[in-house]
Design a protein around this ligand. Structure first.
Ligand SMILES: Nc1nc2c(ncn2[C@@H]2O[C@H](COP(=O)(O)OP(=O)(O)OP(=O)(O)O)[C@@H](O)[C@H]2O)c(=O)[nH]1
Length: 383
C-alpha cells in the first residue's frame, strides 16, 4: 500500500553527529579516543573532527582538525589576544569555512564504499567559548541542519560528589541544552574512580538529593565537612534549584562511563540511538520550523530592498524622483529652458523603461511585469 504523502521519510540510516562538550579535565579527549576505538572495533570507523585549536596533542587521528586551517598561536599574536580570545577567534575563522566542512561531511558520509554512521566532534574545554559564541552557534547549527546531532556532556564525576558542585554542573548542562536546543546525553565519566549511582539517584529521587543537602548543611557531607551550603541562603537556593532541575532531568539520558576502561560505552551508544530518534521526532521539525521562519524573513527583507531599489530606479516613470520641473541651480534652470521645447524630462524615464523592457525581452511594462523583473533580479542574485 502506498504511504500517505505526509509520512516522513525514514532516515534512520543517516549519520549521527556526537558533539562532546565538557569542562576542562572532564575527560572529553579520553572519551573521544574511547568511542573512536569502540567504533573502529565494530568496523564502523567514525568521521573525527577536532574543534579545539589550543590542544597540543590529540591521541586519535582526526579527519578534520581546526589546527590544520587555523594557527592558534599565530592568531593570539596577530590579534594580540589572550588564550580564550585566541580560541574564540580561531573558532570564528573556522566557522567561515563550515559550509565547506559540511559539504565534505555530506559527501563522505554518503559514500557508497563505506558510508559513515557517526561523526564525532571534540570541542574546547572552555565550554562558554564554544557554546555561547556565534561561531559555536553556526557550527552546531550547520551540523544539525544536515545530520542528526546529539550533545554528549561529559562530567568529571569524582569532582561532582558534593551537592553544590553537582548542582553547578547540572546548571551548566541545563544552560547548554537551553542554548543549543539539541538532545543531550549526560556522560558521568570516570566511573572507574567513583561509583556514579549517587548522581543517578540525585537526578531521579528528589528526596535523596534533599537528604544529601541536609547532610552537607550539617557539615557531614563531602569535601571534608566544608559546609558551604550551611547558610540559610545557600540551602534554600539549592533547594529551589533542585526543584527546577527536576523537570530538566526528564529530558536527559544519563550514562555512567569510564573513558579509561571502556565501562558503559555500549550503554552510551544505546543512548545515542535513543537521542537520535528524539532528534528526528522533536528537534528536526523545530529546526525546520525555525529555518523556515528565517528564510521567510530573509525573503521579506530581500523583497523590501528590491522594492526600494525599484522605486529608486523609478522604472515605471512615477513617484520617487524629484519633480522634473524643479531646477535646483541657475544653470539647471537655464538648461531646462533651452530644452523645454524638445524634451520635458519624461523621455528619460521612458528611455529607462524601454531599456529594462529590452533587457527582459518584454513588450509591456505594467505592474505584473514589474514583479517578473523583481524575480529576474532575484534569480540573477542581484541585490
Ligand atoms: N580515572 C579516570 N581518569 C580519566 C578518565 N577519563 C579521563 N581521565 C583523566 O582525566 C584527565 C583529563 O582528561 P582529558 O581527556 O585530557 O580531559 P579533557 O576534558 O579533554 O581536558 P581539556 O583538553 O583540558 O579540555 C587525564 O588525566 C585523563 O587520564 C576516566 O574515565 N577515568
Amino acid at each position: 500500500m502506498a504511504e500517505p504523502a505526509s509520512t516522513p521519510k525514514p532516515t534512520t540510516n543517516d549519520p549521527i553527529a556526537i558533539v562532546c562538550v565538557g569542562m576542562a579535565g572532564s575527560g572529553k579527549t579520553t572519551f573521544m579516543q574511547r568511542i573512536n576505538a569502540h567504533l573502529h572495533a565494530q568496523s564502523k570507523p567514525p568521521y573525527v573532527i577536532n574543534l579545539d585549536p589550543a590542544v597540543t596533542k590529540v591521541p586519535f587521528q582526526s579527519n578534520i582538525d581546526i589546527r590544520d586551517s587555523v594557527n592558534y598561536q599565530e592568531v593570539m599574536a596577530q590579534y594580540k589576544l589572550g588564550p580564550n580570545g585566541g580560541i574564540l577567534t580561531s573558532l570564528n575563522l573556522f566557522a567561515t569555512k563550515v559550509d565547506q566542512v559540511v559539504n565534505i561531511l555530506e559527501k563522505r558520509t554518503k559514500g557508497k564504499v563505506a558510508p559513515i554512521e557517526h561523526i564525532i566532534v571534540d570541542t574546547p574545554g572552555q565550554i562558554e567559548v564554544f557554546v555561547w559564541s556565534a561561531s559555536g552557534d553556526i557550527i552546531l547549527g550547520s551540523l544539525a541542519s544536515s545530520f542528526r546531532t546529539v550533545i554528549a556532556y561529559i562530567i568529571d564525576t569524582p569532582r561532582s560528589t558534593s551537592t553544590s558542585t553537582f548542582m553547578s554542573n547540572m546548571l551548566y548542562a541545563c544552560s547548554i541544552l537551553y542554548k543549543t536546543k539539541l538532545p543531550m546525553i549526560l556522560v558521568l565519566n570516570k566511573a572507574d574512580a567513583t561509583d556514579v549511582s549517587f548522581a543517578k539517584e540525585w537526578m531521579t529521587d528528589f528526596e535523596a538529593f534533599q537528604a544529601a543537602l541536609r547532610e552537607e548543611e550539617e557539615g557531614k557531607g563531602e569535601e571534608g565537612g566544608f559546609a558551604t551550603q550551611g547558610s540559610g541562603y545557600m540551602g534554600s537556593l539549592l533547594h529551589s534549584m533542585s526543584l527546577v532541575l527536576d523537570e530538566f532531568y526528564k529530558h536527559l539520558s544519563v550514562v555512567g562511563v569510564s573513558a579509561l576502561t571502556g565501562q558503559g560505552v555500549d550503554e552510551f551508544f544505546e543512548a545515542v540511538q535513543e537521542k537520535a530518534v528524539e532528534f528526528e521526532k522533536d528537534y528536526r521539525p523545530e529546526l525546520e520550523r525555525r529555518k523556515g521562519e528565517r528564510d521567510k524573513l530573509k525573503a521579506k527583507i530581500k523583497e523590501k530592498e528590491l522594492g526600494k531599489m525599484m522605486a529608486d530606479m523609478n522604472v515605471k516613470g512615477g513617484g520617487g524622483r524629484r519633480k522634473k520641473d524643479e531646477a535646483e541651480t541657475v544653470s539647471e534652470a537655464e538648461e531646462e529652458d533651452d530644452n523645454s521645447d524638445e524634451d520635458d524630462g519624461s523621455d528619460k524615464d521612458n528611455d529607462m523603461s524601454r531599456r529594462y523592457q529590452q533587457a527582459l525581452g518584454e513588450d509591456e511594462m505594467d505592474t505584473s511585469k514589474d514583479m517578473s523583473f523583481v524575480k529576474y533580479l532575484q534569480s540573477s542574485n542581484i541585490g
